[in-house]
Ligand binder design. Structure first.
Ligand SMILES: NC(=O)c1ccc[n+]([C@@H]2O[C@H](COP(=O)([O-])OP(=O)(O)OC[C@H]3O[C@@H](n4cnc5c(N)ncnc54)[C@H](OP(=O)(O)O)[C@@H]3O)[C@@H](O)[C@H]2O)c1
Length: 244
Protein backbone atom coordinates (compact mmCIF):
# COMPACT_ATOMS: atom_id res chain seq x y z
CA UNK A 1 0.00 0.00 0.00
CA UNK A 2 1.14 3.54 -0.72
CA UNK A 3 -0.11 6.06 1.82
CA UNK A 4 0.46 9.79 2.26
CA UNK A 5 -0.07 11.15 5.80
CA UNK A 6 0.19 14.78 6.90
CA UNK A 7 0.88 15.70 10.51
CA UNK A 8 2.94 12.57 10.98
CA UNK A 9 5.45 13.94 13.50
CA UNK A 10 3.21 13.42 16.55
CA UNK A 11 -0.17 12.32 17.85
CA UNK A 12 -2.77 10.67 15.64
CA UNK A 13 -0.70 11.02 12.43
CA UNK A 14 2.35 9.42 14.05
CA UNK A 15 0.24 6.53 15.37
CA UNK A 16 -1.33 6.04 11.92
CA UNK A 17 2.17 5.92 10.40
CA UNK A 18 3.15 3.10 12.80
CA UNK A 19 -0.11 1.27 12.14
CA UNK A 20 0.52 1.18 8.38
CA UNK A 21 4.29 0.59 8.81
CA UNK A 22 3.45 -2.73 10.47
CA UNK A 23 1.60 -3.64 7.28
CA UNK A 24 4.72 -2.93 5.23
CA UNK A 25 3.33 0.21 3.55
CA UNK A 26 5.27 2.88 1.68
CA UNK A 27 4.36 6.00 3.61
CA UNK A 28 4.77 9.67 2.71
CA UNK A 29 5.25 11.46 6.04
CA UNK A 30 4.65 15.20 6.24
CA UNK A 31 5.31 17.70 9.05
CA UNK A 32 7.33 20.84 9.86
CA UNK A 33 9.49 19.62 12.79
CA UNK A 34 12.46 17.86 11.19
CA UNK A 35 13.85 16.24 14.37
CA UNK A 36 10.48 14.76 15.29
CA UNK A 37 9.84 13.49 11.78
CA UNK A 38 13.31 11.90 11.63
CA UNK A 39 12.49 9.87 14.75
CA UNK A 40 9.19 8.75 13.16
CA UNK A 41 11.03 7.75 9.96
CA UNK A 42 13.39 5.53 11.99
CA UNK A 43 10.55 3.82 13.85
CA UNK A 44 8.55 3.30 10.64
CA UNK A 45 11.60 1.52 9.17
CA UNK A 46 11.99 -0.63 12.32
CA UNK A 47 8.34 -1.66 12.06
CA UNK A 48 8.74 -2.77 8.43
CA UNK A 49 7.46 0.27 6.54
CA UNK A 50 9.10 2.25 3.78
CA UNK A 51 9.06 5.96 4.77
CA UNK A 52 9.52 8.97 2.50
CA UNK A 53 9.57 12.19 4.50
CA UNK A 54 8.71 15.76 3.56
CA UNK A 55 9.46 18.70 5.83
CA UNK A 56 6.94 21.36 4.89
CA UNK A 57 4.01 23.49 5.92
CA UNK A 58 0.75 22.08 4.53
CA UNK A 59 -0.59 25.62 4.11
CA UNK A 60 2.02 26.16 1.36
CA UNK A 61 0.36 24.89 -1.82
CA UNK A 62 3.52 24.90 -3.93
CA UNK A 63 5.55 22.88 -1.40
CA UNK A 64 2.76 20.31 -0.96
CA UNK A 65 2.31 20.02 -4.73
CA UNK A 66 6.05 19.27 -5.11
CA UNK A 67 5.89 16.67 -2.31
CA UNK A 68 2.82 14.91 -3.74
CA UNK A 69 4.46 14.79 -7.22
CA UNK A 70 7.66 13.40 -5.73
CA UNK A 71 5.69 10.77 -3.80
CA UNK A 72 3.73 9.71 -6.88
CA UNK A 73 6.98 9.47 -8.84
CA UNK A 74 8.64 7.25 -6.22
CA UNK A 75 5.66 5.15 -5.13
CA UNK A 76 4.13 4.97 -8.64
CA UNK A 77 0.55 4.85 -7.33
CA UNK A 78 -1.44 6.20 -4.39
CA UNK A 79 -3.80 4.04 -2.35
CA UNK A 80 -4.64 6.36 0.51
CA UNK A 81 -4.21 9.96 1.56
CA UNK A 82 -4.83 11.04 5.15
CA UNK A 83 -5.15 14.82 5.62
CA UNK A 84 -4.54 14.91 9.34
CA UNK A 85 -2.28 17.93 10.03
CA UNK A 86 -4.04 20.53 12.12
CA UNK A 87 -3.60 23.11 14.84
CA UNK A 88 -5.83 24.48 17.57
CA UNK A 89 -5.79 27.82 19.30
CA UNK A 90 -7.83 30.80 20.25
CA UNK A 91 -9.16 33.30 17.71
CA UNK A 92 -7.36 36.22 19.37
CA UNK A 93 -10.41 38.28 18.45
CA UNK A 94 -9.47 41.39 20.40
CA UNK A 95 -5.97 41.63 18.93
CA UNK A 96 -7.16 43.59 15.92
CA UNK A 97 -4.91 41.33 13.88
CA UNK A 98 -6.26 38.47 11.78
CA UNK A 99 -2.97 36.58 11.51
CA UNK A 100 -3.61 34.14 14.40
CA UNK A 101 -6.99 32.98 13.12
CA UNK A 102 -5.83 33.06 9.50
CA UNK A 103 -3.02 30.66 10.36
CA UNK A 104 -5.47 28.19 11.92
CA UNK A 105 -7.83 28.46 8.95
CA UNK A 106 -5.01 28.07 6.40
CA UNK A 107 -3.45 25.02 8.02
CA UNK A 108 -6.72 23.29 8.84
CA UNK A 109 -8.62 24.03 5.61
CA UNK A 110 -6.09 24.79 2.86
CA UNK A 111 -3.83 22.11 4.34
CA UNK A 112 -6.55 19.59 3.45
CA UNK A 113 -7.22 20.86 -0.08
CA UNK A 114 -3.48 21.22 -0.79
CA UNK A 115 -2.92 17.61 0.30
CA UNK A 116 -5.88 15.77 -1.20
CA UNK A 117 -6.50 17.42 -4.58
CA UNK A 118 -3.09 16.65 -6.17
CA UNK A 119 -3.78 12.92 -5.74
CA UNK A 120 -7.25 12.91 -7.31
CA UNK A 121 -6.20 12.61 -11.00
CA UNK A 122 -4.07 9.53 -10.19
CA UNK A 123 -6.84 7.97 -8.10
CA UNK A 124 -9.33 8.55 -10.92
CA UNK A 125 -6.98 7.01 -13.45
CA UNK A 126 -6.43 3.99 -11.18
CA UNK A 127 -10.20 3.81 -10.50
CA UNK A 128 -9.42 3.36 -6.82
CA UNK A 129 -8.31 5.27 -3.77
CA UNK A 130 -9.17 6.18 -0.21
CA UNK A 131 -9.24 9.70 1.19
CA UNK A 132 -9.42 10.42 4.89
CA UNK A 133 -9.96 13.89 6.33
CA UNK A 134 -9.49 14.48 10.05
CA UNK A 135 -12.20 16.87 11.23
CA UNK A 136 -13.33 17.10 14.88
CA UNK A 137 -16.44 17.01 17.02
CA UNK A 138 -15.50 20.67 17.63
CA UNK A 139 -16.85 21.25 14.11
CA UNK A 140 -20.42 20.58 15.33
CA UNK A 141 -20.97 24.05 16.83
CA UNK A 142 -19.07 27.33 17.02
CA UNK A 143 -17.05 27.03 20.22
CA UNK A 144 -16.46 30.06 22.43
CA UNK A 145 -13.12 31.73 21.61
CA UNK A 146 -12.25 29.00 19.09
CA UNK A 147 -14.37 29.92 16.07
CA UNK A 148 -11.38 29.46 13.76
CA UNK A 149 -10.81 25.91 14.95
CA UNK A 150 -14.47 24.83 14.99
CA UNK A 151 -15.15 26.67 11.71
CA UNK A 152 -12.20 24.98 10.01
CA UNK A 153 -13.29 21.55 11.20
CA UNK A 154 -16.87 22.14 10.00
CA UNK A 155 -15.47 23.29 6.65
CA UNK A 156 -13.38 20.16 6.05
CA UNK A 157 -16.30 17.95 7.12
CA UNK A 158 -18.43 19.55 4.40
CA UNK A 159 -15.60 19.35 1.86
CA UNK A 160 -15.42 15.60 2.41
CA UNK A 161 -19.21 15.29 2.28
CA UNK A 162 -19.30 17.12 -1.05
CA UNK A 163 -16.28 15.38 -2.62
CA UNK A 164 -17.78 11.96 -1.92
CA UNK A 165 -20.62 12.64 -4.43
CA UNK A 166 -18.10 13.28 -7.21
CA UNK A 167 -15.48 10.71 -6.28
CA UNK A 168 -17.44 7.64 -5.16
CA UNK A 169 -18.47 6.94 -8.78
CA UNK A 170 -14.74 6.51 -9.52
CA UNK A 171 -14.38 3.99 -6.68
CA UNK A 172 -12.68 6.58 -4.48
CA UNK A 173 -13.96 6.64 -0.90
CA UNK A 174 -13.91 9.72 1.31
CA UNK A 175 -13.97 9.18 5.06
CA UNK A 176 -14.43 12.17 7.35
CA UNK A 177 -13.26 11.36 10.86
CA UNK A 178 -14.45 13.44 13.81
CA UNK A 179 -12.51 12.56 16.95
CA UNK A 180 -13.50 13.58 20.45
CA UNK A 181 -10.67 13.93 22.98
CA UNK A 182 -7.54 12.02 21.99
CA UNK A 183 -4.41 12.10 24.18
CA UNK A 184 -1.84 13.93 22.02
CA UNK A 185 0.33 17.06 22.23
CA UNK A 186 -2.72 19.08 21.18
CA UNK A 187 -4.65 18.09 24.30
CA UNK A 188 -1.71 17.67 26.70
CA UNK A 189 -2.04 21.24 28.00
CA UNK A 190 -5.69 20.81 29.03
CA UNK A 191 -6.10 20.78 32.79
CA UNK A 192 -9.81 19.87 32.81
CA UNK A 193 -11.12 16.31 32.67
CA UNK A 194 -11.50 15.25 29.05
CA UNK A 195 -14.57 13.09 28.58
CA UNK A 196 -13.93 9.62 27.09
CA UNK A 197 -10.23 10.43 26.50
CA UNK A 198 -8.68 7.85 24.12
CA UNK A 199 -4.99 7.15 23.44
CA UNK A 200 -3.73 7.87 19.93
CA UNK A 201 -2.71 4.24 19.16
CA UNK A 202 -6.25 3.01 19.81
CA UNK A 203 -7.63 5.96 17.81
CA UNK A 204 -5.33 5.15 14.87
CA UNK A 205 -6.50 1.52 14.77
CA UNK A 206 -10.15 2.59 14.81
CA UNK A 207 -9.60 5.26 12.15
CA UNK A 208 -7.79 2.75 9.89
CA UNK A 209 -10.70 0.35 10.31
CA UNK A 210 -13.23 3.06 9.35
CA UNK A 211 -11.20 3.92 6.23
CA UNK A 212 -10.96 0.25 5.29
CA UNK A 213 -14.74 -0.10 5.63
CA UNK A 214 -15.08 3.02 3.41
CA UNK A 215 -17.29 4.76 5.99
CA UNK A 216 -18.31 8.25 4.92
CA UNK A 217 -18.40 9.60 8.48
CA UNK A 218 -16.76 8.27 11.58
CA UNK A 219 -16.98 9.67 15.12
CA UNK A 220 -14.79 8.31 17.91
CA UNK A 221 -14.84 7.38 20.76
CA UNK A 222 -18.30 5.88 20.11
CA UNK A 223 -19.95 7.74 23.03
CA UNK A 224 -19.75 11.00 21.03
CA UNK A 225 -22.23 9.52 18.53
CA UNK A 226 -24.85 10.06 21.22
CA UNK A 227 -23.60 13.44 22.41
CA UNK A 228 -22.96 15.12 19.03
CA UNK A 229 -26.63 15.15 17.86
CA UNK A 230 -27.69 16.54 21.26
CA UNK A 231 -24.88 19.12 21.17
CA UNK A 232 -26.09 20.26 17.73
CA UNK A 233 -29.42 21.39 19.22
CA UNK A 234 -28.33 22.63 22.67
CA UNK A 235 -29.48 26.19 23.43
CA UNK A 236 -26.69 28.77 23.35
CA UNK A 237 -26.84 29.40 27.11
CA UNK A 238 -25.99 25.74 27.72
CA UNK A 239 -23.01 25.95 25.34
CA UNK A 240 -21.74 28.83 27.50
CA UNK A 241 -21.96 26.59 30.57
CA UNK A 242 -20.02 23.66 29.04
CA UNK A 243 -17.41 25.74 27.18
CA UNK A 244 -13.90 25.84 28.63
N1 LIG B 1 -6.29 15.35 19.95
C1 LIG B 1 -7.59 15.57 19.88
O1 LIG B 1 -8.31 15.49 20.90
C2 LIG B 1 -8.23 15.88 18.58
C3 LIG B 1 -9.64 15.91 18.53
C4 LIG B 1 -10.26 16.19 17.33
C5 LIG B 1 -9.50 16.41 16.19
N2 LIG B 1 -8.13 16.37 16.25
C6 LIG B 1 -7.40 16.62 15.02
O2 LIG B 1 -6.48 15.58 14.80
C7 LIG B 1 -5.42 16.05 13.99
C8 LIG B 1 -4.09 15.63 14.59
O3 LIG B 1 -3.92 16.29 15.83
P1 LIG B 1 -3.26 15.60 17.09
O4 LIG B 1 -4.26 15.56 18.16
O5 LIG B 1 -2.57 14.35 16.70
O6 LIG B 1 -2.23 16.73 17.55
P2 LIG B 1 -0.66 16.89 17.42
O7 LIG B 1 0.04 15.81 18.15
O8 LIG B 1 -0.39 18.30 17.79
O9 LIG B 1 -0.38 16.65 15.87
C9 LIG B 1 -0.58 17.63 14.90
C10 LIG B 1 0.27 17.24 13.72
O10 LIG B 1 0.04 18.18 12.66
C11 LIG B 1 1.28 18.67 12.21
N3 LIG B 1 1.11 20.02 11.71
C12 LIG B 1 0.53 21.08 12.34
N4 LIG B 1 0.59 22.16 11.56
C13 LIG B 1 1.21 21.79 10.41
C14 LIG B 1 1.58 22.45 9.22
N5 LIG B 1 1.32 23.76 9.05
N6 LIG B 1 2.21 21.77 8.25
C15 LIG B 1 2.50 20.46 8.41
N7 LIG B 1 2.17 19.76 9.51
C16 LIG B 1 1.54 20.43 10.50
C17 LIG B 1 2.18 18.63 13.44
O11 LIG B 1 3.53 18.55 13.02
P3 LIG B 1 4.58 19.76 13.05
O12 LIG B 1 4.26 20.63 14.24
O13 LIG B 1 5.89 19.06 13.14
O14 LIG B 1 4.39 20.46 11.74
C18 LIG B 1 1.76 17.30 14.03
O15 LIG B 1 2.42 16.24 13.39
C19 LIG B 1 -5.59 17.58 13.90
O16 LIG B 1 -6.17 17.91 12.66
C20 LIG B 1 -6.55 17.88 15.03
O17 LIG B 1 -7.31 19.04 14.78
C21 LIG B 1 -7.49 16.11 17.41
Amino acid sequence: MNIFITGASSGIGESLAYYYAQKGATIGLVARREDRLKAVVEKVKELGGNPISYILDVANQEDVQKATSSFLEQAERIDMVIANAGVGGSDNLSSGNASTINKILSINILGVTNTVIPFIPSMKEQKSGQICIISSIAGTRGLIGHGGYSGSKAAVRLLGDSWDYSLSRHNISTTVVSPGWIATEMTARHTFKMLFLMDSETAAGKIANAIEKRKRKYILPWQWNIIVPIFRFLPRWMIKLVSV
